[in-house]
Write a protein that binds this ligand. Structure first.
Ligand SMILES: NC(=O)c1ccc[n+]([C@@H]2O[C@H](COP(=O)([O-])OP(=O)(O)OC[C@H]3O[C@@H](n4cnc5c(N)ncnc54)[C@H](OP(=O)(O)O)[C@@H]3O)[C@@H](O)[C@H]2O)c1
Length: 304
């Protein structure tokens, strides 16, 4: 039996319940690719799932391929294709790829199997494994939600929580679609957020964007912290409130779009801290603070 190292949740709750163990290496089904993972991330979603109570897990688990003992979290990754099932036609061993692991996760490991139909595409040379691994979840979420607004050039868009994973991507995409972007985040991140394309920044600690007499065509809450009623005070008459609370779909063409933007230098992931797989508990502890800037990356393979 071949084994691999994986970070499993042996006890839900505190970060210390995550352990690196030897588990069975997965084998690709007919429609799947086997990928050797170089980098993955700990998202806000991973930390939330790990911290869930038994009651919450029995509901959520229905959507997440089960949330039982020794669950492997991790919802995005970049790596090298090691093997393919007989029905796979778009990828070959040796291809470098980045992808979403889908609802059931499994990317906090040395290997993963994903269907060819999942949100997976070739990694551009201009992105490292660590950078590419940080794009699928936050990038697709920001893109899928912003597309609901059909942004036109010179529209005014406010991104609330502009320094998070979804927020840093939303600022760049709104700017790319031609909007005039205002980012709401702590002062320490104002330079970063302006560098991503915001023309104005507001510090939520000492200013209330709804009380400044300014109105926006779109307010996007990227951190789940404001209500529709609050946002409406700062929206134009026909303005639209968007939120990460909205449901999103993983569309393979979205990842291709983001890859092309990244390769053209129009889009980049912000990486806060990097950890090796054996330091996964520290990574969860940091993400739990709710203070990360952009993304937290886990280096799984050596060499980068
Ligand atoms: N719908 C979907 O498909 C989907 C997908 C992915 C994520 N999500 C959800 O989206 C949310 C954001 O995820 P994420 O990974 O982007 O979050 P994150 O990176 O963990 O967010 C952390 C950032 O939020 C900022 N922040 C915290 N409190 C704030 C406040 N009151 N006002 C403004 N900024 C604040 C922090 O800045 P400071 O340190 O300066 O406070 C920090 O930079 C989560 O709730 C997640 O579950 C939804």
């Amino acid at each position: 039996l071949e084994t691999m190292k994986a970070a499993v949740v042996s006890k839900y709750g505190a970060p210390s319940g995550v352990q690196v163990l030897d588990v069975e290496k997965p084998q690709p089904k007919r429609n799947e690719l086997l990928v050797r993972i170089h980098a993955t991330t700990v998202t806000a979603g991973d930390a939330m799932l790990r911290g869930m109570s038994f009651a919450a897990r029995s509901v959520f688990g229905l959507f997440m391929g089960g949330l039982g003992k020794n669950k492997i979290l991790g919802h995005e990754f970049a790596g090298v294709v090691e093997g393919v099932g007989e029905q796979v036609s778009l990828f070959r061993p040796g291809d470098t790829v980045f992808a979403s692991a889908g609802m059931k996760g499994g990317a906090h490991a040395e290997y993963i199997c994903v269907p060819e139909s999942s949100m997976i595409t070739e990694k551009p040379i201009s992105l490292s494994y660590e950078e590419a691994a940080a794009i699928p979840i936050g990038g697709n979420t920001a893109l899928d939600i912003l597309r609901k607004a059909d942004i036109h050039p010179r529209q005014k868009v406010l991104i609330y929580g502009a320094s998070g994973s979804v927020g840093t991507y939303a600022v760049q995409l709104a700017r790319y679609f031609g909007a005039e972007v205002t980012g709401v985040c702590s002062k320490r991140n104002h330079d970063l957020v302006r560098g991503l394309g915001a023309s104005a920044t507001i510090d939520y600690h000492d200013e209330d964007f709804t009380q400044q007499g300014e109105t926006y065509d779109v307010v996007f809450d990227a951190v789940r912290k404001i209500s529709k009623e609050q946002a409406e005070r700062a929206l134009t008459k026909r303005g639209l409130f968007l939120s990460v609370r909205l449901s999103t779909r993983e569309k393979p063409e979205n990842l291709v779009f983001l890859k092309e933007l990244a390769a053209a230098g129009e889009f980049r992931p912000v990486i806060d801290r990097r950890f090796t797989l054996d330091k996964i508990v520290e990574a969860h502890t940091y993400v739990d603070t709710g203070r990360k800037t952009g993304n937290v990356v886990i280096k799984v393979a050596d060499g980068e």
